[in-house]
Design a protein around this ligand. Structure first.
Ligand code: S3P
Length: 455
């Protein structure tokens, strides 16, 4: 990269840990704007690198995951420049124009970064090695390697089980492919579509459950032809015409609803709270948590709904609420897949049980989130049960708190249990805050600004 960017830490799970404790807090108040959306930020950099000409990005999330993607784009030959806070300029090389990186590409903690970049590299006649931290090295990559191999990519080497570190050799002329994703995953869908840019003919992805559609939207924005049709009751078929002339385009990154989830639930749980979260992205495939919390009786007013940069955006007024337990349908999971840890925290304070079903994908996130949430709830004295892939939180009682909760290099486990501590009787300690910087580097000062006591 040609100008200084905030340093991405080399945290590989072996560095110093930074424990913290969230104390019972008095009413939260104020207006906050959480940082840019992580999914949109990764995609803006990657499509910028794959397009010809300049892409100007406003509101980029400057968290470690995204900074690692920026570095990877630069290592592949794109010019990536930080020109101000959240303002980045990318000069792309065109589809098929990546050059072989001189060193392994290190994606740190980020599954999105590594899986999308594997798809982006696929259509280039180069070899590249992909690696990440101890958490990312445990995560399944075959879900991406299988379809990419079918399109012609060669897997030159991989760790046991097809895991990182692994080396791929791409191909200038990939075979167009029709693929039904075996798991509901926007990362898998996106990897196949990005590879499909270098294929002649149409690449088709079918998903039985619709997942976040930022790749499809942004491909269209950069000039590709993408058709989206319904597939079954909850799914979609996405058809991309290969070899488009992708042109650099301006991208305005809206605020990340997955980050907003933490102050939002904190305000619902801490008595007397009344806050406003501004400019939150309201893409329907991302706001399953808001739907669920409203069903639970949350006082959330959706204000000033508008469209910004091609995405629905709104301001949310959130007030302390008495929640009741609900049944969360499994088909809602893709629209709130990253929000189950914080929903489990909210559920602990609700009257009656909350049943969250069909959570198999939670086991392969930055940690085994089903196990990590269950263990954390146990440490804090919260009754719950795990049956297969379902989590049922009993609810109904005052929450004692406790600690230390083990966060397993997982930012969302860390933030969820800190929020729990704010509304608990005795506070909650967590073993490490380090990984919060992957997605929400301003979490601590922003929460302190609302009145939260976390030390
Ligand atoms: C993401 C997709 C989801 C989500 C992740 C971001 C994306 O993962 O959990 O945080 O940006 O495409 P899966 O594709 O594995 O479901």
């Amino acid at each position: 990269m040609s100008s200084p960017a905030p340093a991405a830490s080399a945290a590989h799970g072996t560095g110093p840990v930074h424990p913290a404790t969230a104390r019972p807090s008095s009413a939260l108040s104020g207006r906050v704007r959480v940082p840019g959306d992580k999914s949109v930020s990764h995609r803006a950099l990657i499509l910028g690198a794959l397009a010809r000409g300049e892409t100007h990005i406003t509101g980029l999330l400057e968290g470690e995951d995204v900074l690692n993607t920026a570095k990877a784009c630069a290592a592949l030959g794109a010019r990536v420049e930080r020109i101000g806070e959240g303002q980045w300029r990318v000069e792309g090389v065109g589809v098929g124009g990546f050059s072989a990186p001189a060193a392994p590409l290190d994606f740190g903690n980020s599954g999105t970064g590594v899986r999308l970049m594997m798809g982006a590299v696929a259509g280039n006649p180069i070899a590249a090695t992909f690696d990440g931290d101890a958490s990312l090295r445990k995560r399944p990559m075959r879900r991406v390697l299988d379809p990419l191999s079918a399109m012609g990519v060669e897997v030159l080497s991989a760790a046991e089980g097809g895991r990182l570190p692994l080396t791929l050799r791409g191909l200038a002329d990939l075979s167009a492919f029709t693929y039904e994703t075996p798991v509901p995953s926007a990362q898998v869908k996106s990897a196949v579509l990005l590879a499909g840019l270098a294929a002649s003919g149409e690449t088709v992805v079918r998903e039985r459950e619709a997942t976040r559609d930022h790749t499809e939207r942004m491909l269209t924005h950069f000039g590709a032809q993408v058709r989206v049709e319904p597939f079954g009751p909850h799914g979609r078929t996405i058809t991309l015409t290969g070899r488009p002339a992708l042109r650099g385009a301006p991208v305005v990154v809206p605020s990340d609803p997955s980050s907003a989830a933490f102050p939002l639930v904190a305000a619902l749980l801490v008595p007397g709270s009344d806050i406003v979260i501004t400019d939150m992205m309201m893409n329907p495939l991302r706001i399953g948590l808001v739907t669920t919390l409203m069903e639970m009786g949350a006082r959330i007013d959706i204000l000033a709904e508008r469209t910004e940069g091609g995405e629905a955006v709104a301001d949310l007024r959130v007030r302390h609420s008495h929640l009741k337990g609900v049944e969360v349908p499994p088909e809602r999971a893709p629209a709130m897949i990253d929000e189950y840890p914080i929903l489990a925290v909210a559920a602990a304070f609700a009257d009656g049980p909350t049943a969250m079903r069909g959570l198999a994908e939670l086991r392969v996130k930055e940690s085994d989130r089903l196990a990590a949430v269950a263990d954390g709830l146990a440490v804090c004295g919260i009754a719950h049960e795990v049956h297969g892939d379902d989590l049922i939180v009993a609810g109904g009682g005052a929450v004692r708190g406790g600690g230390p909760v083990a966060t397993h290099m997982d930012h969302r486990i860390a933030m969820a249990f800190l929020v729990l501590g704010l509304a608990s009787q005795e506070g909650v300690g967590i073993d490490d805050t380090t990984f919060i910087a992957t997605s929400f580097p301003t979490f601590m000062p922003m929460m302190a600004g609302l009145g939260a006591v976390i030390r």
